[in-house]
Design a binder for this molecule. Sequence first.
Ligand SMILES: [Zn+2]
Length: 310
Amino acid sequence: MGVVQKVQARRRYRRMARALTELDRVDRLHGLGVPAPPRPRRRIDPSAAVAIVMVVVFLVLAAAAQLRPVAGTAAPAHDVPTAAQLAEAGYPPLPADASFRRLLPEVDAAGSGEHAFVATEPDGTPIAFDPCRPVHYVINPDGMPEGGLPLLHEAIAEISAATGLAFVDDGFTMERISEDRELVQPQRYGTRWVPVLIVWADDRELAFVGEEVAGVAAPYDVAPSGPGSERYVTGVVALNSTWFAAALGDAEWAGIARGVALHELGHLVGLDHVEDKAQVMHATSDTTGLGPGDRAGLAAVGAGECHSDT
Ligand SMILES: [Zn+2]
């Protein structure tokens, strides 16, 4: 097994381990994995309503140091590896639209409220996307319900405003979710970090979660100079096409669908679940918009560090 294969095997293992850990946590949260969530009512197609449980979980598919930390640059966190070291470790070159200042102003987290992060530095600082880079995303339109595209664009605009992160729509893709998504796919996206992938998934594709969900999402991080230098460079959002088709077709549930989209995008940018049901980041929230805790958390993950090495 070559070095690259070993790295990939380790990465796979870490992803699996984290995914399982996360499922355990979700099970505990709901008590033996038997949640009592709100269910789609009346006008929702009964065949869809029977099966779909309005549980929103996410899997931390992200694994620290997905690419090899660059040799000789172990902590402290901000030893910046050379371009040659990064290239040797499999990193793409600096993106063409890299900036050295924030693209959008930092958001003032005036309010407060419960929020939690997917991952933090030892000092509690959340791992975050680089605010000096746009967050590129692509949408796979296969299975997209009516109203799905405006829903996504509106939710992304809201997350952008609440984080101060700039998002760039790179259009449609044919890519599907995969447990071993490569972070650089030159044939599909050019030599750069793959954009955030947003897909409408069916129950079969989401079966890996082990329980029916309205969506899953996770950011992917890299750590060019080892622990302490982590930052998100891309991610995946998978929304349940059957559930969203039913919810978006119902006046009452359309608002909750909006809340679920915000919830998944919240995971994408680094927010974890909270206990407070008034926040959209509650695991089975039926809220339709961001709460004060959500806003505080989003402002925090939008206030990450600007990096010069990715
Ligand atoms: Zn969730």
